[in-house]
Ligand binder design. Structure first.
Ligand SMILES: [Zn+2]
Length: 302
């Protein structure tokens, strides 16, 4: 089998997939607590190794481990150059995990991993060009061109979340201001809701309220959805993809987010009504997409 590991905001997830056969068969999944965003990098890497060992225990021989790394991953797939939400700075994460686990390791950006899962068995299967936008704590992104992941000259393509959409806008953890993810993310949703009602709800609570018909929650999600569509229109203008795929935790709310995004995307495109507007569809894989894709990349090679 192959194991994929993904580091989230609050937990480290490891999944195991079958090493052959058609389709994607997830045979195990384990989470361990994330040591914390300010924890030393070694502690985070040990938590990743613990999760990988735990999911492999008693299920067979591990042939390789894929690492879904948040942040900028170098072109060679050796290092995480920079992670906005984690302490990694030019960190040789691939070789460190290989050393900890004693099996071949593969490293890629988390959104690239998620997109690879979509290519193999999801919304990008058989598609020539696609844009993937993952809306979670922040925004992740990936490009599929010619049916393959497009990583860019330095491995850093698809970092849509830190495209500046508001000059001198809200401060971002990456050090810039007005980044797209400040207006379109789980955190943005919490902020919009807090401003509207004067108290804090986390993302899942806002989602639950919206599903129950709470108008402020519905409007808050629609605000994030509108920003999603505006940003997606920019990407469609640049790449003219067959399909725009939206994943990440916030996308679990479905059409309450996606319908405002579809409307804003269509309105924000040049020549609306006289061109093919790509479908904006939910990702096939949920919160495990990064880990599953990482395991598939370990199996298939980058
Ligand atoms: Zn930023």
């Amino acid at each position: 089998m192959y194991v994929g590991v993904d580091v989230g905001g609050t937990k480290v997830l490891a999944v195991a997939i079958q090493d052959r056969g058609p389709g994607i068969e997830v045979i195990g999944s384990v989470t361990v607590p994330m040591p914390g965003r300010a924890a030393p990098e070694a502690e985070i890497e040990h938590a990743m190794a613990r999760a990988a060992r735990a999911v492999a225990t008693g299920t067979g021989t591990v042939r390789g481990v894929g690492i879904s790394g948040a942040g900028l991953v170098d072109a060679a797939g050796e290092r995480v150059r920079f992670a906005a939400h984690l302490p990694w700075r030019d960190a040789p994460v691939r070789s460190r995990l290989e050393g900890l686990l004693g099996v071949p390791a593969t490293l890629d950006n988390d959104a690239n991993c998620a997109a690879y899962a979509e290519i193999v068995g999801g919304a990008a299967r058989g598609v020539d060009s696609a844009v993937l936008i993952t809306v979670g704590t922040g925004i992740g992104g990936a490009l599929v061109l010619g049916g393959r992941l497009h990583r860019g000259a330095n491995g850093a393509a698809g970092e849509f979340g830190h495209v500046q959409v508001v000059p001198d806008g809200l401060a971002c953890e990456c050090g810039l201001r007005g980044c797209w993810e400040q207006y379109c993310s789980g955190r943005a949703l919490e902020r919009v809701m807090r401003v509207a009602v004067g108290r804090h709800y986390d993302g899942p609570q806002v989602t639950a309220l919206a599903r129950g018909g709470d108008e402020v929650a519905v409007r808050s999600i629609a605000s994030v959805g509108t920003w999603l569509g505006v940003g997606a229109a920019g990407l469609v203008s640049a790449f003219d993809p067959e399909v725009v795929i939206v994943g990440g935790g916030v996308s679990a709310v479905g059409d309450l987010l996606l319908d405002p995004a579809r409307a804003a995307m269509a309105e924000s495109l040049q020549g609306a009504g006289y061109r093919v507007v790509p479908e904006l569809v939910p990702a096939a894989f949920g919160p495990e997409a990064g880990a599953i894709g990482a395991a598939l990349l370990a199996r298939d090679g980058r």
